[in-house]
Design a protein around this ligand. Structure first.
Ligand SMILES: *Cc1c(COP(=O)(O)O)cnc(C)c1O
Length: 382
């Protein structure tokens, strides 16, 4: 019989560059007890908030019946709904079944000869490219804490002359953040680049001041014809299962794409979420759980930094990249955490651009964070 370790490692290798979900893992290894999912990067308080609305407005009222029985609105209706809230004309908003679909649409249709992707990264940005697109990697340096050296990056881009560049802000898997002023400098230095993709899937966890206010590039898009924004709702709103995302695209693209598909790519519950997303009462409550989660995450990260045998890289997202310096490998640590302690973390051995033993750990609720820290300390240093 295979051990739990063997079954887990086999599953992980079958999942390619993404991690198997908890449901998948438990389906294959039902004897495993998962206490904390620190692999997936979501705000658990936002999930609770959404659930409380869903229960009160859909389940308790029986409204859920209508949502499941009938067709949801078509994508352009949702774009119209989002327009005022997002502050962008509806003909530039591309509503998608998860942000991954917006990425796919851009990469398949508008990226041409060459794309520059900063590594380590979210793998889909290079995996989804067409065969005739060359992928060029720009390496974020471990010695530089994976932060982007802007002058060096600009020099690199100008020498390579790609048609597309990608900046994930904050970046996944390291949480590195490009400040708003720096991002503007990058954009203004590269008017010749056809597509500047800015992925703001984690922007709600980043902040620029002590009030924890965030600074999105979206209000500045009018000034730049070449900036494309990708936004996932999965992590910050804690609703990955609903598959909600959108892209903000240059004029003309959305019409092009939706006359050729993407008509009903939102399900009824996703539509319900987007209707909440633009509501004042929901937003006020969301801001409270957003800031609460950031505050707790900052404490979590500072506590992790005190653990021996690991190096915690600076992050302005809800997760941290951790290098294991005690001599154990990332696979050993991730497997032991899961099997012995029920703590699921992202083993980063498959991430290109990472040299060393790395795991990525997400902040969870306060109680879960304590379990994560204690388990990591014990596993790494045993
Ligand atoms: C998770 C993630 C996405 C995709 O999110 P979905 O909305 O769940 O498809 C896109 N970009 C980055 C950087 C991510 O981490």
């Amino acid at each position: 019989m295979k051990s739990i370790e063997e079954k887990y490692l086999e599953l992980k290798s079958k999942s390619g560059t993404h991690s198997p979900s908890i449901q998948t893992i438990l389906g294959v290894i039902p004897e495993l007890k998962i206490e904390v999912d620190a692999c997936f990067l979501s705000n658990p308080y936002a999930t609770e908030l959404f659930l409380s609305y869903l229960k009160r407005e859909l389940l308790d009222t029986g409204e859920i019946n209508r949502i499941l029985e009938f067709y949801p609105s078509q994508s352009f209706e949702i774009a119209k709904l989002l327009s005022k809230h997002v502050g962008v004309n509806e003909d530039r908003i591309f509503i998608t079944n998860g942000a991954i679909e917006a990425m796919q649409a851009v990469i398949h249709n508008y990226v041409e000869n060459k794309i520059i992707v900063n590594i380590p990264t979210f793998s889909s940005y290079y995996e989804f490219t067409r065969r005739d697109t060359e992928v060029v990697y720009y390496s974020l340096q471990k010695e530089n804490n994976f932060s982007l050296n802007i002058n060096d990056y600009l020099k690199f881009v100008k020498a390579e002359q790609p048609d597309t560049i990608v900046l994930i802000n904050p970046n996944n898997p390291d949480g590195g953040y490009i400040k708003h002023v720096d991002l503007i400098r990058i954009i203004e230095s590269l008017p010749e680049i056809k597509n500047i993709i800015i992925d703001e899937s984690f922007i709600h966890f980043a902040y620029e001041d002590s009030e924890l206010e965030l600074k999105s590039i979206v209000p500045y898009l009018e000034n730049y014809h070449n900036v494309i924004v990708i936004k996932s709702m999965s992590k910050d709103f804690g609703i990955a299962g609903l598959r909600c995302g959108y892209g903000i695209f240059p004029k003309g693209w959305v019409k092009d794409l939706t006359t050729n598909g993407f008509l009903w790519n939102l399900n009824g519950l996703a539509e319900y979420f987007f209707r909440l997303y633009v509501r004042k009462d929901f937003n006020e409550k969301y801001e409270v759980v957003r800031k609460k989660y950031i505050t707790e995450s900052l404490f979590f990260i500072s506590e992790l930094q005190r653990v021996k045998g690991v190096k915690v890289y600076p992050s302005r997202a809800n997760f941290v990249l951790i290098e294991i310096t005690s001599g154990k490998t990332a696979v050993e640590v991730a497997t032991e955490l899961l099997v012995k302690y029920g703590v699921y973390v992202r083993n980063c051995e498959d991430k290109i651009g990472l040299n060393g033993e790395f795991i990525r750990v997400a902040a969870r609720s306060k109680d879960e964070n304590e379990i994560i820290i204690k388990s990591i300390d014990e596993v790494v240093n045993s």
